[in-house]
Design a protein around this ligand. Structure first.
Ligand code: UDP
Length: 319
């Protein structure tokens, strides 16, 4: 099959490209290298079935040509990373809203199946339970810039479902929970690469807020496996699935584990959110998926536990 990955030189996109090449597909990747990197694809850049286009997904003539020639589209290109979103709110909104609009409109022109990479961020500020696909969304104020990202991705989901319901476009939506693993950079905020790099360098491990907030981390290989299997499953079309790991960990506990597993002498420091992200930031206290739906449909079970996830990130930064 011929497959287009938008954001194909990104952290998740590059792992997906490798896997699809292994499975025998021909892979086209488009990436504007905003957060994607050529380094991510250095193992595949000369592969005869891999083709990279360095351009923006907002370039409609390029996208038209690419989508015309492929069978499936995995739409991963987006503004990512809390720091990026806080620093570049205009680019975040434009990339996420206009970019997805271009992908869906052109995919619909040629009726090509599309995977939309959405995010657990869209659930917002829930505290008391694990998050299931049909839950309400609890968004913060528009004065809190962080929620712009969640709202832009929510609009992407609405648009994808609208194309499916109204125009019969085959779409599958995956809501990714904190995806981590080799090649993820700490540059845009992400906690695990930051903790591991600090620990390995003997620098303070910096926890934002009081560290009681929790997350559920999923290894990128588990995530891309789920994406591919969802795209192969006809019953997934027109629907939304959590893709995540239901093991929850507080950020304090994560810092301790990283310190212990790296044998680091780094101090664990707590700093206020305003110091980390500036004013107008609001964190999510908790974010843990209910994965019954994807488990029941495709038998999804994350293979990496928290310790092996952390170890893979340590090994990556050590090498
Ligand atoms: N965080 C932290 N130190 C860091 C980076 C992040 O304590 O160096 C915290 C952050 O405030 C959040 C959690 O770790 O509570 C996860 O942050 P990340 O940016 O990785 O993902 P998201 O907030 O999107 O879940």
């Amino acid at each position: 099959m011929k497959i287009l990955i938008t954001g194909g030189a990104g952290f998740i996109g590059s792992h997906l490209a490798e896997k699809l090449l292994d499975l025998g597909h021909e892979v086209f990747a488009i990436d504007n290298l905003w957060t994607g990197k050529l380094d991510n694809i250095k193992a595949i850049q000369n592969h005869e079935r891999f083709h990279l286009v360095v351009d923006t997904i907002l370039n409609e003539s390029v996208m038209n040509e690419l989508i015309f020639k492929v069978d499936h589209v995995y739409h991963l290109a987006a503004a990512v990373g809390v720091r990026n979103i806080m620093d570049h709110p205009v680019e975040t909104l434009e990339t996420n809203v206009k970019g997805t609009e271009v992908v869906l409109r052109l995919a619909n022109r040629f009726k090509k199946k599309v995977f939309i990479a959405s995010t657990s961020e869209i659930y917002g500020r829930h505290l008391d339970h694990t998050l299931a696909e049909d839950d309400n969304r609890v968004m913060g104020s528009v004065k809190k810039r962080r929620w712009a990202y969640a709202c832009s991705k929510t609009l992407d989901e609405f648009l994808a479902l609208a194309y499916h319901d109204e125009k019969k476009l085959p779409v599958v939506i995956g809501r990714l929970f904190n995806t981590v693993g080799p090649r993820q950079t700490g540059q845009y905020g992400m906690v695990l690469p930051n903790f591991v790099q600090s620990a390995l360098l003997g620098k303070p491990i910096t926890v934002y807020g009081d560290g009681t907030q929790s997350r559920s981390f999923t290894h990128v290989h588990d995530v891309i496996g789920a994406m591919i299997r969802l795209m192969d499953e006809p019953k997934a079309v027109g629907d939304v699935f959590n893709i995540g790991n239901d093991r929850e960990v507080s950020i304090n506990e994560l810092a301790e584990k990283v310190k212990e597993m790296t044998g680091s002498s780094s101090e664990i420091e707590h700093i206020p959110y305003e110091k980390a992200y500036g004013p107008g930031f609001e964190d999510m206290e908790r974010r843990c998926p209910n994965i019954d739906k994807i488990r029941n449909l495709i038998g999804f079970e994350p293979k990496y536990n928290l310790e092996s996830i952390i170890q893979s990130v340590i090994d990556y930064f050590k090498s």
